[in-house]
Ligand binder design. Structure first.
Ligand SMILES: Nc1ncnc2c1ncn2[C@@H]1O[C@H](COP(=O)(O)OP(=O)(O)OP(=O)(O)O)[C@@H](O)[C@H]1O
Length: 584
């Protein structure tokens, strides 16, 4: 009985480690994979081979196994960055099946008969002789992995993972590196699963392909969901359920042949019930479930009268935009310019040879009827859509071929008509992730001492400052999806301002706002451009354009028909006909 309990106690931390690693992927990163069982196997086999055949000690063997598992997972990580969720899911199934096939057919893995005779681990010449010694080793490793995972999820990298879980295009438009982050989290998570595999091999002293099938992947998925997505302690609870349940069935004298399927049915039912009644899992928070993007028309964002109470500070009073941060050189004003920019979708020329400029220190309005190509022009200027023709420049620098995140890092950011807030993250987190310097968001950087870390740091203070300035500091802990419509618009602006960009392209920022909120936003935009920042807004209301803009670009059927002061453009009879349908 004691032997039995010890071996069970050795199994539990292994599943906790698997859950911790998978929670990074699914809970924090929103990436659904069913190849974790296979990665667990890679770690187990590599450790077994290195210890048994190459007589390596435990620590180098398991570190090499983790590294190899991480490398093997890179293909899936790359797919995660490139593919939609559905295709990623299919890729991970294929990788899982392929890995089991390899385990079954390679002579070095012992084929379907498995790999037997794995010696107990040796550490620094000290041989662990008993199951108790190995159990202690596994728990120590589990504690180390837990500390590492805790550090990752609390870091700027962890915050970025959550932002990517919520909305990849929005994160990229803030300068965040989605592909790199997804690839690294996949490799990191797989490497930890590899460590779990190494511990498993040393604990059981025998591994076979049956231990690492898709069932194991589903088990890891189930334990993570049961414990709670993005709940740090979730894997501890989930692993306990997964390890104890089969044992409970065996105590009930249910034969192995029946116990296996019953096990699977119970997991499946538990996961289904949870997904319906409590999708965030037992210990998870509501915000860990990927949110619908907050859109202007969604339930979460039904326009309601703005809370323009007198107590809300005037955003123009304290706005420190333009005041250089200590130690940060002042950024000179820069013009965003296009030269003959154009793109066609099939036969439709959405933007046709447009040459324009968004000048520093001015609010430019981009107007035109529905379908004129205004949003597409924003997409071209920010790199969301690749131009078929023409070039774009930011100051002296050509940016035509640069990605959306690279342009944002240079200082060109945009908002979306649908706002695209990180709906399941708090107000503070939304702004903090925007304020964080992409250079400081590497996975490795989170483990370096502060003085060796890249990036500016201090993102939390900057985020708090921006929230204070925009009068949102009392809402900092509220989820973005729970804000009023007007507050969401302000949060959208706060998120952009926190990037410290020099050029802002705002797609219908005033839409849905009442007069009080509009005035608040107008004041903010005016204050923004005072230091040479450039702002371009897409706007349908000519009244707003007159109030806010000093220059107007008129687009129609993809062509830039004219540009000038609001008065000039509005008084042109031909344009009035096009725009308002009034006879010239
Ligand atoms: N990805 C796409 N694929 C195909 N057609 C597109 C795509 N994006 C835009 N279009 C088309 O290009 C044209 C211009 O669209 P766009 O959204 O840029 O216009 P808009 O001026 O912003 O309109 P609105 O004021 O209604 O937002 C429209 O006819 C639209 O249907």
């Amino acid at each position: 009985m004691t032997y039995y309990l010890i071996s069970l106690a050795g199994l539990l931390p292994i599943f906790i480690i698997l859950g911790l690693s998978f929670n990074l992927l699914l809970g924090y990163g929103g990436l659904l994979s069913v190849s974790h069982g296979g990665f667990f196997g890679v770690g187990a086999y590599v450790t077994a081979i290195l210890i048994t055949n190459n007589h390596l000690e435990f620590i180098p063997a398991v570190l090499i196994a983790a590294a190899i598992t991480g490398v093997v997972s890179l293909s899936v990580g790359y797919a995660a960055g490139r593919l939609s969720d559905e295709f990623l899911f299919i890729v991970t199934i294929a990788v899982q099946v392929a890995l089991v096939e390899l385990f079954n057919n390679l002579s070095v893995t012992g084929r379907s008969a498995g790999f037997a005779g794995i010696p107990r681990p040796t550490i620094a010449g000290f041989h662990l002789n008993s199951n108790t010694d190995v159990g202690v080793l596994i728990w120590i490793c589990c504690a180390i992995v837990a500390v590492i995972c805790y550090r990752v999820v609390r870091s700027p990298y962890g915050l970025l993972l959550k932002a990517l879980r919520e909305d990849v295009p929005a994160a990229r438009s803030l300068g965040k590196r989605a592909l790199r982050t997804k690839v690294t989290v996949f490799a990191f998570s797989a490497a930890i699963a590899g460590v779990a595999g190494g511990l498993y091999a040393c604990n059981i002293q025998f591994v076979s392909p049956a231990d690492f099938t898709v069932d194991r992947s589903v088990e890891i998925l189930a334990l993570t969901i049961i414990g709670g997505l993005a709940a740090f302690w979730g894997p501890f609870l989930g692993a306990t359920v997964v390890v104890v349940l089969p044992e409970a069935l065996s105590f009930a004298n249910i034969p192995d042949t029946v116990a296996g399927p019953i096990n699977g049915i119970i997991y499946t039912l538990a996961v289904l019930v949870l997904l319906v009644l409590r999708p965030q899992g037992i210990l998870g928070r509501k915000d860990a479930v990927r949110s619908k993007v907050v859109t202007a028309g969604s339930d979460a964002a039904v326009p309601e009268p703005v809370d323009a109470s007198p107590s809300r500070p005037d955003p123009t009073v304290h706005l420190g935009i333009g005041a250089p941060e200590p130690g940060v050189p002042h950024q000179p004003p820069v013009e965003l310019r296009s030269d003959g920019l154009g793109v066609a979708f099939g036969g439709l020329k959405a933007v046709d040879c447009v040459s324009m400029a968004v000048r520093p220190g001015e609010i430019t309005a981009l107007v035109g009827p529905n379908g004129a190509g205004k949003t597409t022009l924003f997409n071209l200027l920010t790199g969301a859509v690749r131009a078929d023709e023409g070039r774009s420049f930011f100051g002296d620098r050509e940016i035509t071929r640069l990605s959306i995140e690279r342009r944002a890092q240079l200082g060109v950011v945009r908002s979306f008509q649908e706002m695209r807030l990180f709906a399941g993250m708090s107000v503070l987190e939304n702004v903090q992730v925007a304020a964080s310097d992409p250079a400081g968001e590497t996975l490795l950087g989170q483990f370096l001492p502060v003085r060796f870390r890249r990036g500016r740091g201090g993102e939390r203070q900057r985020a708090e400052e921006v929230l204070r300035t925009l009068g949102l500091d009392d809402r900092r802990d509220v989820l973005a999806r729970d804000l009023s419509y007007a507050e969401q618009k302000m949060l959208m602006m706060a998120r952009l301002l926190a990037t410290g960009a020099r050029c802002y392209l705002l797609d219908e920022p005033m839409s849905g706002l009442d007069q009080a909120a509009r005035s608040q936003l107008t004041a903010l935009l005016r204050r923004m451009v005072q230091d040479g920042t450039s702002v371009c807004i897409v706007e349908h209301s000519m009244q707003v354009v007159r109030e806010v803009a000093s220059w107007v670009l008129f687009l129609e059927s993809g062509h830039l028909l004219t540009e000038g002061t609001p008065e000039d453009v509005m008084s042109d009879p031909e344009l009035r006909t096009i725009y308002f349908g009034q006879p010239a």
